[in-house]
Design a protein around this ligand. Structure first.
Ligand code: ADP
Ligand code: ZN
Length: 609
């Protein structure tokens, strides 16, 4: 049997999966071949299986480095549920438990050992491991080793010494962080030898994006929640106060919402997070403090009640939706005040850092006001190409944004005004001229004599400013110099000359906004195809009961994808049950009877009615 066949067989036996996700196969083969590797896959890309599957196939022990106890615990719970012996060494263990684990490590029954970096690099631990047969090290969240990353943890630097201590063990790093700088830093710090570097696509096709100006925030949020009754979601706010207020409002309206921010006690935070993981609460309202260490796979929506400070943050926070590969929705509601708030918050940074932070913020602002396909904009931001013309899963592509019918003409008016003021003025002045303002600054320069003066009379100033921003973000206008003077780019000139029509401007708030696209995305349609929804709901409540009894989060018992597949196939025998996506031998044995009974009773009811 070839190595790949072995991997495929174990993937099926333990996890109940039939195929590899992109790059999983070469990533696993690198581990088997003993060749170092660096694997970059987006959240939900399936990084864990890249080292867990080889760990089952290979002889030696797999040592997994992970930054947080909660992450380790979830992974060990998930492995245990699949029947794979694994353990986690951390400070919460009693001496007796620790001794048990060491015994099991000695007799070779444990396949994967999870440990935090500072513990791993203690003399005691290194000595223990040197007396064992360590097959390889897997460094999860490997960007934590880099000061360039967003989660730098100095303890990760200790890992550099493993290379000398374990010269024969493979060393593998996994991260979702995209930048080249971080990648190179990981390779250097971990001293990877001629590593296989595998970088996946950063696109998350199962996520749909919607980016809107904030109007009546509460209504906008309610509209999203209405699409996700009883489903799990996260709402990110900029301030703690907003978190508390929004939580209170939602609870008063009957939503099962809990709050999470750094101002709460450790105990309250832990309790609320636990409630979310165990599905006693559906919604977490949180600041950015929430999320690291949350492995929950069935988050169906993420709402940003304000713009995040960077696209990296947006990608990371929104990326917590849909880890299971099923459709999920990401909505961003922004207003100009958000950017003012962030600018104020970062204003006391040292000069160089400030310039960088402001640039990062500007890109975020561009993303919000721009109307480039959101999938494309994100992927291109991270330096990759987006192949498809339309993603079919964002506000822009689904025509949810109402565009001005003759955008090109409107764009020409604005561009030509920029030319008439000799490309020497900023956005505010250009808007004033277009609106026919009687302001002194306009009159004293004789700009009321220009042919473009008053060309957009009657429009709202805030709309004209928004259109100018859209022209900037679409590369038709540029800003120059200290006073952010507007200049027309080459692309802008070709619009002016009528050679190109490639411009779309959002309808302003002045007119009634166009009808919003409610067309379901393709991922959503596929995910529910043939699923008996009533059955899905009753299996979901059974899952909660089973999980409660076992003391694990429900998604550890079965993922949403498995429940949907069960509610699609409606198996009646254990054999049929084992065919369900995500059902391996162990889970079939543990849970098969209970779920088969629920399915049979549902079928009887349907048949009888
Ligand atoms: P990451 O660590 O990259 O964010 P995970 O390892 O947590 O992703 O995997 C995300 C989800 O995808 C998990 O529920 C996992 O079981 C599932 N998954 C991973 N690989 C496969 C596969 N080959 N087929 C189906 N589901 C998979
Ligand atoms: Zn799109």
């Amino acid at each position: 049997m070839t190595a790949v066949d072995r991997l495929r067989q174990e993937l099926h036996r333990y996890w109940g999966y039939d195929s590899f996700r992109p790059l999983q196969q070469p990533a696993m083969e690198a581990v088997l071949a003993g060749r170092d590797s660096l694997v970059v896959l987006p959240t939900g890309g399936g990084k864990s299986l890249c080292f867990q599957t080889p760990a089952v196939v290979m002889d030696g022990l797999a040592v997994v480095v992970s930054p947080l106890i909660s992450l380790m615990k979830d992974q060990v719970d998930a492995l245990t549920a699949c029947g794979i012996p694994s353990a986690c060494l951390n400070s919460s263990l009693s001496p007796g438990e620790r001794r048990d684990i060491v015994d099991q490590l000695r007799d070779g029954s444990i396949r994967l050992l999870y440990v935090a970096p500072e513990r791993l690099c203690s003399e005691w631990m290194l000595d223990q491991l040197q007396s064992l047969n360590v097959g390889f090290f897997a460094v999860d969240e490997a960007h934590c080793i880099s000061a360039w990353g967003h989660d730098f943890r100095p303890e990760y630097r200790l890992l550099g010494q493993l290379r000398d201590r374990f010269p024969r063990a493979g060393m593998h790093a996994y991260t979702a962080t995209a930048t080249e700088q971080v990648r190179n830093d990981i390779i250097r710090q971990l001293r990877l030898r001629d590593p296989e570097v595998l970088v996946g696509s950063f696109d998350r096709p199962n996520l749909s994006y919607r980016v809107e100006r904030r109007k009546n925030l509460l209504d906008q949020i309610r509209e999203v929640l209405a699409r996700h009754a009883d489903e799990a979601g996260v709402i990110y706010c900029i301030s703690r106060r907003q978190v508390d207020e929004l939580t209170a409002t939602l609870r008063a309206e009957g939503f099962k919402a809990v709050a999470y921010h750094a101002g709460l006690s450790d105990l309250a935070r832990q309790r609320n997070q636990e409630a979310f993981l165990k599905e006693r609460a559906d919604i977490v309202v949180a600041t950015v403090a929430f999320g690291m260490g949350i492995d929950k796979s069935n988050v169906r929506f993420v709402i940003h009640a304000g713009a995040p400070r960077s696209i990296e943050n947006f990608q990371q926070e929104s990326g917590r939706a849909g880890r299971d590969g099923l459709e999920a929705e990401c909505c961003l509601f922004h207003g100009p005040g958000d950017f003012i708030t962030w600018r104020k918050m970062q204003s006391d940074l040292p000069e160089e850092a400030l310039a960088q932070a402001n640039e990062v913020l500007r890109r975020m602002e561009q993303f919000c006001t721009g109307i480039l396909c959101r999938h494309r904009a994100l992927v291109e931001y991270f330096g990759q190409e987006y192949p498809a013309e339309s993603c079919g899963a964002c506000d822009v592509c689904l025509d949810a944004v109402a565009t001005v019918p003759d955008s090109a003409v409107l764009a020409q008016k604005i561009l030509s005004c920029v030319v008439r003021v000799k490309q020497q003025f900023g956005a505010d002045h250009v808007a004033n001229v277009l609106l026919g303002s009687r302001e002194q600054r306009v009159l004293s320069r004789g700009h009321d004599q220009l042919s473009t003066y008053g060309l957009l009379k009657g429009a709202r100033k805030q709309d004209v400013r928004m259109w100018i921003e859209q022209l900037v973000s679409q590369g038709l206008l540029d800003r120059e110099g200290e006073y952010a003077t507007l200049v027309v780019t080459d692309a802008g000139w070709s619009i002016l000359r009528g050679e190109s029509q490639g411009v779309r401007l959002l309808a302003g708030t002045g007119k009634a906004a166009g009808k919003k696209g409610t067309r379901a995305t393709k991922a959503a349609a596929d995910g529910w195809e043939g699923v008996d929804r009533d059955l899905f709901e009753s299996l979901r409540s059974l899952r909660r009961t089973v999980a409660e009894a076992k003391g694990v989060p429900p998604f550890i018992v079965f993922g949403d994808a498995s429940l949907r597949d069960m509610a699609r196939r409606r198996p009646t025998t254990l054999e049929e049950f084992e065919e369900v996506h995500g059902v391996g031998t162990k889970k079939a044995g543990d849970y098969g009877d209970a779920f088969l009974r629920a399915i049979a009773s549902h079928l009887a009811q349907v048949g009888a009615s």
